[in-house]
Design a protein around this ligand. Structure first.
Ligand code: PEP
Ligand code: MN
Length: 354
């Protein structure tokens, strides 16, 4: 389904990056007003704060709910900033709109549930309020696009996507793996959809915010949504990934913003080279498959099994090591060879069944 989009209609439509900042949660009226005033002084135009908080386990701070909405209204009146909050149920949507929230976002856990997204979309019929859809917690681009389609199908045309990383059992540096190829593919599929990066939820750590912001800009993303709190270490949720408005201002001031459109001669020539190398890679793969089929024929004639486990492990290990000698991540090489091996096996199965 093609999305029918229109510009977000935000004051920063023509600026890059669009910046939305504010605390993970609206904790108290004082915390909201102090943070908002400091952000506004730094020139921030859009304020975020969670009013309903999806927590992994019960017992954590689940947000103040409706009583926090007038605080956001006050932010708007006193600082002139636009205000944004997360909605997860039709009732949240109704209340947020009632209190004049300017931007709604759908959280990562909600995006992962098509029933919940459909119910939200139905409650948003035809609204002009921009809606930002975070990626689902699991790395599933189709599910993300599906959620955007559901909301757009309800007539919401001011849409953007938020890239907040993907949850993984294997947590190393990041709280949520960035898996940049997914937002990049989203951009390829829906080029006119703005994509905003959420370095706080990707990194899970204050010190990762600056490099993640830079990486998002280098990849041509349109905006940043960053958690910022007047006293981050005392935050009631996500304390490790928030920065003061001062630090955020510094992080933004050192960002290098490169042009999104790179159509210089140099890059055209380099892209030509990439096309040539890709053609060679495909020719070589076809050659490898021809050899595999011959091996399949041999295995058939000699009654051998197709997958010879020791040979397979040897290939993965050797290729991984070769790759890392040449500066390519050995896990990346291994996963490429897993796919190549799978296709060889499929081709050999065809030969054996002939
Ligand atoms: C948030 O923005 O505070 C939040 C809960 O984010 P996510 O849905 O990305 O986890
Ligand atoms: Mn948060």
């Amino acid at each position: 389904m093609e999305l029918e989009l229109k510009p977000l209609g935000l004051p920063s439509d023509f600026e890059r990056p669009i910046v939305i900042a504010g605390p993970c949660s609206a904790e108290t009226e004082e915390q909201v007003m102090t943070t908002a005033t400091q952000l506004a002084e730094k020139g921030c135009h859009m304020f975020r704060a969670g009013v309903w908080k999806p927590r992994t386990k019960p017992g954590g701070f689940e947000g103040n709910g409706e009583i926090a909405l007038p605080w956001l209204k006050r932010v708007k009146e006193e600082t002139g900033m636009l205000v944004a909050t997360e909605v997860a149920t039709p009732q949240h949507v109704e209340l947020a709109l009632k209190y004049g929230i300017d931007i709604l976002w759908i959280g990562a856990r909600t995006t992962a549930n098509p029933f919940a997204v459909q119910a939200l979309a139905d409650s948003m019929k035809g609204i002009e309020t921009p809606v930002f859809v975070k990626n689902p917690v699991n790395p599933d681009l189709e599910l993300w696009i599906g959620a955007l389609e559901r909301v757009n199908g309800a007539g919401v045309k001011r849409l953007a996507a938020i890239h907040r990383g993907f949850s993984s059992y294997d947590k190393k540096i990041y709280r949520n793996l960035p898996m940049w190829q997914i937002p990049i593919e989203l951009h390829r599929r829906i080029p006119e959809l703005p994509i905003i990066c959420d370095p706080s939820h990707i990194g899970g750590r204050r010190d990762l915010i600056a490099p993640l912001c830079q990486q998002a800009m280098d990849l041509g993303m349109d905006g940043l949504i960053v958690e910022s709190h007047c006293t981050p270490e005392k935050a009631w949720s996500d304390a490790n990934q928030q920065v003061t408005p001062d630090i955020l201002d510094y992080i933004l001031s050192i960002l290098v913003i490169r042009d999104q459109v790179q159509t210089t001669e140099n890059i055209t020539a380099l892209r030509k080279q990439i096309d040539e190398v890709d053609n060679q890679l495909i020719d070589l793969l076809a050659k490898r498959m021809r050899i595999s089929r011959e091996i399949g024929q041999y295995k058939k004639e000699h009654g051998m099994t197709i997958v010879q486990a020791s040979r397979y492990s040897e290939i993965l290990e050797k290729r991984g090591a070769q790759g890392s000698l040449l500066g390519i991540n050995s896990d990346c090489i291994k996963s490429i060879f897993e796919h190549i091996h799978q296709e060889s096996v499929n081709q050999q199965i065809e030969i054996i069944n002939k």
